[in-house]
Design a protein around this ligand. Sequence first.
Ligand code: CAA
Length: 259
Amino acid sequence: MTPELIIIHHQAQTHVAHIQLNRPKELNALSLQLLQELRDALTALDGDDSVRAIVLSGNDKAFAAGADIKQMAGRTAIDMYNIDQFATWDAIKKIKKPVIAAVSGFALGGGCELAMLCDMIVASETARFGQPEIKIGVMPGAGGTQRLTRAVGKALAMEMVLTGRFITAEEALKAGLVNRVTPLELYLSEAFRLAAAVAEMSPLAVKMAKESVLKAFDSTLEEGLHFERKNFYLLFASDDQKEGMQAFLEKRPPVFSGK
Ligand code: CAA
């Protein structure tokens, strides 16, 4: 089915795909339909060998202003349990290819959580990050209390989650939440540049490296080191390892096949 609330572009030359959230009137509020379309698009791109990195953006005014409050307002706890809107997030979390968020304007609530679910964040100087759920009588439910705390530390996470204060792109950069901040007109091209740089590497090594970095968040150091070592050894089964090392010895650029 053709998606209605997202737009998918594919840059064949650079092996980079782009998903744009497209509910501009609602500031890209994350309705169930939007999340399902996003999950399906990411899953399809994850399985497409011609794609090596994915950029996820909204528009200049909003990356996403959070879960759809209009859709949630009248629900009971049992509705929430049955609908289980965060199940789509579990699928998004499993995407193996690198996903780079290009954030401009509001990244709030679920929008901030979605950006944090991505592997890197490029922000425009107009970006505003926040977990304002506390202002509407709830709290973050899609990872905000966990990923934000790991990214920016307890002091700032606690302040953002308990007061709902938005932070600027510069503050997010200083706190380690985003990779870089650009002028408004450059955030998308910078995200593509970063994605294209990753897409030049061995896709297999990139996937295993991503998996290994993420392992650091839910393992002890020993477990993480063990996991990393296994992936490192495993890459010696790939053509890309042979090609990468041979190209280095022959002083030429490598041509990675992803095998
Ligand atoms: N859900 C549904 N609709 C939303 C929305 C949301 N999260 N955010 C904005 N909208 C809608 C507004 O209702 C408005 O629609 P109408 O024109 O039909 O009234 C439209 O988008 C434009 O919004 P505003 O007029 O409010 O625009 P603004 O520039 O004055 O303010 C804003 C922008 C500060 C982002 C403000 O819209 C706002 O505070 N939004 C809600 C942010 C929020 O609380 N997010 C957390 C949601 S809960 C959550 O995400 C739970 C979770 O952990 C997953």
